[in-house]
Design a binder for this molecule. Structure first.
Ligand code: MOS
Length: 734
């Protein structure tokens, strides 16, 4: 018998890698459907007002154009007159494309032109004559601060006595930070291919992080319970942009239902700037600290933007009440409604913003108190979440600090700004802490061992490039002692077992737990099957008495007693188990989070003000890492995004027109390879038997948190200049 080591914890290659690099992986806009028509969306050019008239005669006269769909001629929609929600809805009434003549934001879809091919549809779209009654609009957060309102979020109430603690503090700090709108910019644009089946049912390939979310949304909107199937086997990046159904989906469905034909709608790159985004924020941090930098009082106020129809909230300020030991904390969160689309979760929503402000302020405190920035974090270390007053289920942040600092060489840092130069390059070293939630959501999975000896495992989750296919295959293979080559994992199909949105870094924790449990049930069924006959050598054995290894079930007390799983299946026929797993009760008594320590080196050209991030060390504590390769890639991706956030990313709004100006990859700057230096990721050992059975916390988002602060702090160390407004471009540095 060959013994086999478990694939858990191994840096195995992506099981879907060959399909992707050979172009066989198909994305939403690539599926071929007979008789397909192509839709092109026309967007509003004003930010607020009414559509008086859409003259589509010229467009309709173009041969090959079959439909110009507007609010005036759209089919009646079952529940368009009442508010409906999707799984990631914000407070308020979700946007309804082509609902009526109102224009709520610039770029709002106002028509869908459907033609025999995409070029015709786009051309015909350019011929629409739209007459508006424009109204004054507001898109400038800062200009509307007088109109802000309390965010409908559960912010922890004030603890301690901030006023008197602040008054008696040795060091006091009161600083404002700001950040611009950013867009997700996944490689794959949003797209829906709606296959209209002969019986009127719809099979839809959509770019989404939640096939069942899209299915429920369409069922509710169009009153089509049980008639819709959504497929998304591959997703070319999403970062949160696929958490909610985007407008191309209902538009394509409307057209398909009206024409009784299949329709595809793909958004152009510019149109990727016409829905959700990371909101612009203004944040104010107050700190009162003792002589050694011990926190005595902390205040954090965030003001974010939202739309006129929904109140988008995220966790911006909570981190300041939990990351450090501090007796007196006051948190506040406000929103300003603007004539723009509703913001949307984007990688580490809220934390990417709030921790930026907090961790820059901590650096400012370190300077003021004359304490090393890392030492300041250790001084204020806590093992309890002060917001919830609960201990962490595990928190190996101390190890992140130690191992990250060691790897980076932090002890060689000279404390004074502008003290580490090389020629005309000012060198700066900065650091920051990162924190993110370790969530678990209810999820289901099915496992089936067939007569061919292959294990088929499935759940309606997604792989947005994160490695879900690979990691779930590892978990299933490990649980049944099969080589990974004998396991097929299926996802991205709304007809599979119920799964949550792939978001919140919770897929391994949620779906992985369900996969493991389904395989455990299958183990029991296999054992039961071998005990059918009284002469069975497994008679009386319980599950804990056998092990599963290299395709066999083995009696632990007598390893020569083993049976090939395929032999069992030959007797019983295929065996199947489907389970649902909820977060465990013991989580209730604990706070659960992932943590990181980020160390950054920048080089700033003294004459030009250009900044290069030459080195990053990110040390992460996220429980058990199922696959260090895919997990490491998640962290690298997050770090790159953090560098972009610090130095480049900004969706610029022309407030006169009320619209984004740089809605393309030429003018919306993200880092390219040449902008990125060495990124060194390390995972510290962290045991956790509370978060879930796997002990895994998820790594999709922690990689970005704290990075922008570490870069900003490094720039201060290099130059002696604090830039508190992102991105830190050279004009702000000069
Ligand atoms: Mo993530 S912003 O939860 O996709």
């Amino acid at each position: 018998m060959n013994s086999m080591t478990s694939p858990l914890g191994k840096p195995v290659d992506r099981v879907d890698g060959p399909l992707k690099v050979t172009g066989q992986a198909q994305y939403a806009a690539e599926f071929q459907v007979p008789g397909l028509l192509y839709g092109s969306v026309v967007n509003s050019s004003i930010a607020r007002g009414r559509i008086l008239q859409i003259d589509s005669s010229a467009a309709e006269a173009v041969p090959g154009v079959v439909l110009v769909l507007t609010h005036a001629n759209r089919p009646p929609i079952a529940s368009y007159d009442k508010a409906y929600e999707d799984e990631d809805s914000a407070d308020g009434a979700s946007f309804r494309p082509l609902f009526n003549d109102r224009v709520l934001y610039s770029g709002q879809p106002i028509a869908l032109v459907v033609a025999e091919n995409l070029e015709l549809a786009r051309y015909a779209g350019s011929l629409l004559k739209v007459e508006y009654a424009a109204e004054p609009h507001n898109t400038d957060l800062r200009a509307r601060l007088g109109k802000m309102h309390k965010a409908p979020a559960e912010i922890p109430p004030e603890r301690g006595d901030v006023g008197s603690a602040m008054a008696s503090a040795r060091y006091r700090l009161d600083v404002e930070y700001s950040s611009p709108v950013e867009h997700h910019n996944p490689m794959e644009p949003h797209a829906s291919t709606v296959h209209y089946l002969p019986d009127g049912q719809l099979e839809i390939h959509d770019k989404t992080q939640g096939v069942q979310n899209c299915m429920h949304y369409l069922e509710a909107v169009f009153g089509m319970e049980g008639q819709i199937r959504i497929l998304a086997p591959f997703v070319g990046g999403a970062f949160g942009s696929g958490l909610r159904p985007q407008y191309q989906l209902p538009l394509a469905v409307m057209a398909a239902l009206k024409l009784k034909q299949s329709v595809r709608v793909v958004l152009k790159r510019q149109q990727m700037f016409t829905f959700g985004y990371r909101p612009r924020t203004i944040q104010r941090i107050g700190i009162g600290a003792g002589p050694g930098g011990q926190l005595e009082a902390l205040t954090h106020q965030a003001i974010g933007q939202t739309s006129s129809f929904e109140d988008f909230t995220e966790h911006v300020v909570e981190w300041s009440g939990m990351l450090y030991q501090c007796p007196s904390v006051r948190l506040d969160y406000r929103l300003v409604s603007l004539d723009m689309y509703t913001p949307l979760d984007m990688r580490a929503p809220g934390a990417a913003l709030g921790v930026f402000a907090l961790e820059c302020a901590m650096d400012e405190l370190a300077s003021a108190a004359g304490v090393d920035p890392l030492a300041l974090r250790l001084t204020n270390y806590t093992d309890r979440n002060g917001n919830q007053d609960k201990p962490y289920s595990s928190k190996a942040l101390r190890e992140c600090y130690e191992q990250g600092a060691e790897r980076f060489g932090w002890s060689k840092r000279l404390p004074e700004p502008r003290s580490m130069r090389e020629g005309n390059q000012l060198i700066g070293w900065g650091m920051a802490t990162g924190v993110w939630e370790a969530l678990q959501m209810p999820a289901s999975a099915k496992a089936c061992l067939g007569p061919d000896g292959r294990l088929k495992v499935s759940s309606a989750t997604a792989d947005i490039g994160t490695g879900t296919y690979t990691v779930m295959t590892q978990i299933a293979a490990a649980a049944l002692g099969l080589p990974m080559e004998r396991v097929d994992f299926h996802l991205g199909d709304s007809s599979l077992s119920k799964a949550p949105l792939e978001g919140g870094s919770a897929t391994v924790s949620s779906v992985g737990s369900a996969v493991q449990k389904a395989c455990e049930e299958l183990r029991q069924k296999l054992l039961d099957a071998t005990q059918q006959s009284p002469e069975s050598p497994f008679t009386g054995a319980r599950l804990e008495d056998v092990s599963f290894n290299a395709g066999n079930m083995v009696l632990k007390s007598a390893p020569e007693t083993s049976v090939d799983l395929q032999q069992i299946i030959a007797m019983t026929g295929a065996l199947e188990a489907e389970v649902s797993v909820k977060p465990g009760e013991k989580r209730n008594e604990y706070a659960t989070s992932t943590h990181s320590a980020v160390f950054v080196e920048v080089r700033v050209d003294e004459a030009l003000g250009t900044v290069r991030v030459t080195r990053v060390v990110s040390a992460v504590a996220a429980g058990r890492i199922v696959n260090p390769k895919t997990a490491g890639n998640q962290i690298v991706g997050g770090v790159v995004w953090g560098i972009g956030m610090a130095l480049q990313e900004e969706s610029q709004i022309d407030h006169h027109l009320g619209r984004f100006m740089n809605h393309n990859f030429a003018e919306y700057h993200i880092p390219v390879n040449a902008d990125i230096g060495a990124i060194d990721v390390l995972f510290v050992d962290e045991q956790d038997d509370v978060v879930n059975e796997l002990g895994s916390k998820g790594v999709g988002e922690i990689g970005i948190v704290g990075v922008a602060a570490a870069v900003a702090n490094a720039i201060y160390h290099a130059t002696g200049k604090r830039v508190r407004d992102l991105p830190i471009t050279l004009d702000k540095l000069m």
